[in-house]
Design a protein around this ligand. Structure first.
Ligand code: SF4
Length: 200
């Protein structure tokens, strides 16, 4: 599989996750609070270069890949996700600037579960804001995902993307993962275009 095919394989996985997540959200009614960017405002969001290949290809197609890669390469410490558009008055309020190409972690958070090794019970992966502001619903949904409600399982999705490319599935702070994805795409495109011009 070349890099572009890997990116398409990741997008296929995202499509399946989206179907599962939509069903969960419709049933659970436990979506993020409108305008909340609390999770995106954490520079330590753990992400893999692989899950950001679709974003990196998209930024390349929009002519933004070089500039953003340079911006990220110059960060002294990993900053807040470069795609995040925050409210200047409150960094925890904002929105994703490229929602359709967001990473796996962004799709799983608030819409997936993991199994507790000791109890064997599924636990909702969500943030402290939702736990506090929707306390009763959180409890109800936590019970139902162990009885009659389907929910995507995060570890299964991580295994699936690892199957696409294990080497690109290590986790880094989000901007570092995006930078690595951009560098891979820039290199891939450089060689692809050089090859095409040799054939002319
Ligand atoms: S890609 Fe979008 S959803 Fe994911 S951390 Fe960045 S701003 Fe948030």
């Amino acid at each position: 599989m070349n890099l572009f095919e890997k990116s398409r394989a990741v997008e296929e996985i995202f499509l399946e996750l989206e179907k599962e997540s939509r069903q969960f959200h419709e049933e659970a009614g436990m979506g993020c609070i409108s305008g909340c960017g609390f999770c995106c405002a954490n520079p330590q969001v753990p992400a893999t270069p692989l899950e950001f290949l679709p974003l990196a290809f998209d930024l390349y197609e929009k002519g933004l890949a070089d500039d953003i890669a340079n911006q990220l390469a110059n960060e002294e410490t990993p900053g807040i996700c470069v795609v995040y558009r925050s409210n200047p008055a409150d960094v925890t309020k904002g929105y994703c600037g490229n929602y359709s190409k967001r990473g796996l972690i962004c799709r799983l958070f608030g819409a997936s579960a993991r199994k507790n090794n000791k109890t064997g019970l599924k636990e909702l992966i969500t943030c402290k804001i939702l736990k506090a502001e929707k306390r009763e619903l959180f409890q109800k949904v936590s019970d139902r995902i162990n009885t009659d409600m389907e929910i995507p399982l995060a570890p299964a999705y991580y295994t699936r993307i690892k199957d696409v490319d294990e080497a690109l599935s290590s986790q880094y702070p989000v901007n570092q993962a995006i930078l690595m994805a951009l560098e891979l795409v820039l290199r891939y495109k450089f060689y692809q275009e050089a090859e095409e011009s040799n054939q002319d």
